[in-house]
Structure formats: C-alpha cells, structure tokens
Ligand binder design. Structure first.
Ligand SMILES: Nc1nc2c(ncn2[C@@H]2O[C@H](COP(=O)(O)OP(=O)(O)O)[C@@H](O)[C@H]2O)c(=O)[nH]1
Ligand SMILES: [Mg+2]
Length: 417
C-alpha cells in the first residue's frame, strides 16, 4: 500500500483551440468563390472529480502534470476542427483545492463533486464567419486561443466520525484494533507511519468510522513532530476521543495529558474545541481510575483495551455521539467556488512610454491570422472599440501615435475625432 500522501501540487493545462481556416470555394468559372474556411475546434477542459475509489494524492507526487487535448484546425469547404478531448482527473473525496496564493477554489468533499480546473481555449473562427456586405472576400481568420494552465495546491482532509487523539503510547492503536477490523501496529514508533488508520465500528445496525491519529506531542500545533499533518486529519472528524494514559511511563497524570492535548488542538483550530468530545482513560488494568467527579481532571470513562473492560461502554457511547453529530451536521457540505477570469480589459502604462492592454477579450480581438490584411485590421479595431479599449486608453492619457501592446501585437493609437 502506498504511503499516505495528504498534500500535493498539481499542474493542469487545458487544450489549445484550433485555428480558423482561410479558404475560398473553387468553382469552375469563378476565380475566387465565397469564403469557406471552417472554425477551429475548442480545446479540451480539465476537471477535477472526487472519486471514492481514490485513496490518496500519491499519484500526483511524482507526476504532477495533467493536460487535456488540443482542438484541431478548421479547414476548407466549411469543415470545422474537432473538439479536443477533455480530461477528468480523479481525486480523493475530501480534496481541498487552493491556488498558489492559498485562495480556496474548491472543496471536493463527496464522490462525484466536480470542478473545472482549466478551461480549454476557444477555437478561432474561419474566414467564412467574417463575410459581410463590405467584406466580400475576408483574407483572414481567427487564431486559436491557448488553454488555461495553472498550478494548484491539493490537500486531503480525512473524513472520519471519530478521531482518537492522545500522546504516543496512550493505547490508541490497541483500542482501534479491539473495536474494529483495523490492525495498526501496536507499540509502533509513533512517527514511522504517516497513515492514520481507519476502522469501521459496527454497533447494533449502525456503523461509524474511527481514525487512529498518530500520537500528538507537546508543540504539535506548531508543527513539531509532524503535528500539523496529523492535526489536519482531526479536522474533518465529528467527534473527538481524547485518550489519556492512566499509567503513563513518564508519570504524567491523565488530567495533565488532557490539558496539553486540548491546548494543542485549540491552538491549531479553536473550532476543534467545540466539537463533541469524550475524555477516556486507558490501561485501566494497570492503574486505578482517578477519583473525583468526571470533568474535573477525571476522564468520563475508563477502559482497558487489553482486558476489554469498559470497551463495550465506549462503543455504545460513541454510537450515540456520532449519530447526534450526524443529525446536527449531516455530511460536511461540499461547495465549489468559481472564480472566473475577469472578462474586462484594463490598460497600464509601460516604462518605455507605450501602453499595455490586459484582458483575454482584447487579446482575442487581435488574434487574427493576418493583421496586415486591411479588413482584418479594421475588424480588430472595431472590436477593440466595442470592448472599451479606446475609451480606457483615452482616460489613461494616451495620445495620438502612442504605441499600444496587446499580447504579442503592437498597434498605434489613433483616437477618433
Ligand atoms: N496494560 C495495558 N497496556 C496497554 C493497553 N493498551 C495499550 N497498551 C500498551 O501500550 C503500548 C502502546 O500502545 P499503542 O496502542 O501502540 O499506543 P499508541 O501509540 O497510542 O497507538 C503498547 O505496549 C500496548 O501493548 C491496555 O489497555 N493495558
Ligand atoms: Mg499507534
């Protein structure tokens, strides 16, 4: 079984569109028939899709690139290019997607949740589309738009009903193997495994999932001892079991353990302290249960995973806590946030005195196959005007004859009188 990988980087690249074609009908007695250049096909999109059968982000670790197919070019006789094949990238349930700045983009919580990670480039229009009363023989077509591409940060949050938290050696692994079919190594060095073990516990006709979170230590919330990685798994569990060793080798009392564990959880995410929790004393066979009222330093329940004493009581109690928590919260809500690229255009003064126009729409307006063609240039100018580029330039202070750069293209600014 591959190592548990709960963070990965992914580079997605959508397919480029195909270019529009410049072509004219050939007819027996006409030198140049009407334009019949077809449109280019759209590039394929890249989607991320939550998939129950994917267990980890392991597959991205050594192979972080995913790319969809390009559209094909248009051609003569009005033939349009083919659409590029799209790509669905399966990710585990509970994958949270952020951009490189840490902005949340999507939370793919449940099987089937999908999110458009990179949109394919639009295909260019063929010259047949540029036919007008004034333009009988358009000698240009649109070039293709490139597909979107970007780096994404993926993070996997586990979803368990119950998270077992405790110091190393508190008896978490022993307990989970007693109440479920999970078989984590007992007395394992606490940080050799990065994989929280999940076990399904059956009680009456109810089932719930318990996660054995590798041992927390003092300072875990500051990232000491891989603390952050484990605390992340605690986040998506409904109920916390704080397991305190009644017979700790270092002599730390259950009450002291509880204080430190809760402090680490609260420092990591204060909300974790509002989660329903049960403080449980372990190894009841080797030490007596502390005296006093529950809560004041005394665990609510005590048990021995070795003799089995108190274990049934825990299983029953957790079943109630879990079903209450499920009813209150239902499933963690899945949501996707779509942040489309701004469609508008903006103008920026460059240091060399020229102007730079930003915006996909503006770049698209000049993406023509032949800007030396007079009618192509007129077409581009009209489109830029409609997008408000002329106005934006005038407002920014551009003067007659200034150079204007849009993508790779340079034009002269000629204000309308
Ligand atoms: N006497 C006694 N020892 C236990 C009990 N539960 C666990 N242990 C022992 O405590 C040690 C640590 O247990 P383990 O389950 O690996 O702890 P974890 O680090 O919290 O997962 C092992 O030597 C276990 O055999 C118990 O109920 N009674
Ligand atoms: Mg363990």
């Amino acid at each position: 079984m591959p190592a548990f990988v709960d963070q990965a980087q992914l580079h997605v690249r959508a397919g480029d569109g195909g270019a529009g074609a410049v072509s004219f009908r050939r007819e027996a007695h006409v030198a140049k028939g009407g334009p019949d250049g077809g449109d280019g096909g759209r590039g394929g999109d890249v989607w991320l899709v939550a998939d129950r059968d994917v267990a980890s982000l392991y597959g991205f670790r050594d192979h972080p690139h995913r790319r969809a197919g390009d559209g094909t070019h248009g051609s003569g006789k009005g033939r349009h290019g083919r659409r590029g094949p799209g790509l669905e990238v399966p990710v585990p349930e509970g994958t949270v997607v952020r951009d490189r700045d840490g902005t949340l983009l999507a939370d793919l919580a449940v099987d089937g949740d999908r999110w458009l990670a990179a949109a394919g480039g639009r295909g260019g229009r063929g010259n047949a589309r540029f036919l007008s009363n004034r333009r009988r023989a358009p000698g240009f077509a649109e070039q293709a738009e490139v597909g979107e591409e970007r780096w994404l940060d993926l993070e996997l949050k586990l979803m368990a009903d119950v998270a077992l938290v405790g110091f190393p050696n508190a008896g978490k692994s022993t307990l989970i193997s007693r109440i479920s079919a999970a078989r984590p190594k007992i007395a394992d060095y606490p940080f050799t495994t990065l994989e929280p073990h999940l076990g399904v516990v059956a009680f009456d006709d109810q089932e719930y999932v318990v996660a054995d979170i590798p041992g927390l230590i003092d300072g875990a919330s500051e990232g000491r001892g891989l603390g952050h990685r484990f605390l992340r798994h605690v986040e998506r569990s409904r109920v916390l079991v704080v397991l305190c060793d009644l017979a700790a080798a270092d002599g730390r009392s259950p009450a002291e353990q509880e204080v430190v564990l809760l402090r680490e959880l609260g420092r990591y995410r204060p909300e974790l302290l509002e989660r329903p929790r049960l403080v449980v004393g372990s190894k009841l066979d080797s030490a007596p249960a502390p005296r006093g009222a529950a809560g004041s330093g005394r665990p609510e329940m005590c048990l021995s995973a070795v003799t089995g004493e108190g274990v049934d009581g825990l299983v029953r109690r957790l079943a109630t806590l879990v079903s209450d928590a499920r009813a209150a919260l239902s499933r963690p809500e899945s949501f996707t946030v779509h942040r489309p690229l701004p469609a508008g255009v903006s103008v920026e003064a460059d240091r060399d005195g020229s102007w730079v126009v930003h915006g996909r729409a503006a770049q698209r307006a000049v993406a023509l196959s032949d800007l030396t063609d007079r009618s192509a240039l007129e077409y581009a100018q009209a489109r830029l005007r409609r997008l408000g580029v002329d106005r934006a330039l005038a407002r920014a202070g551009a003067r007659d004859g200034d150079r204007v750069r849009i993508g790779d293209i340079e034009l002269d600014y000629r204000p309308e009188r």
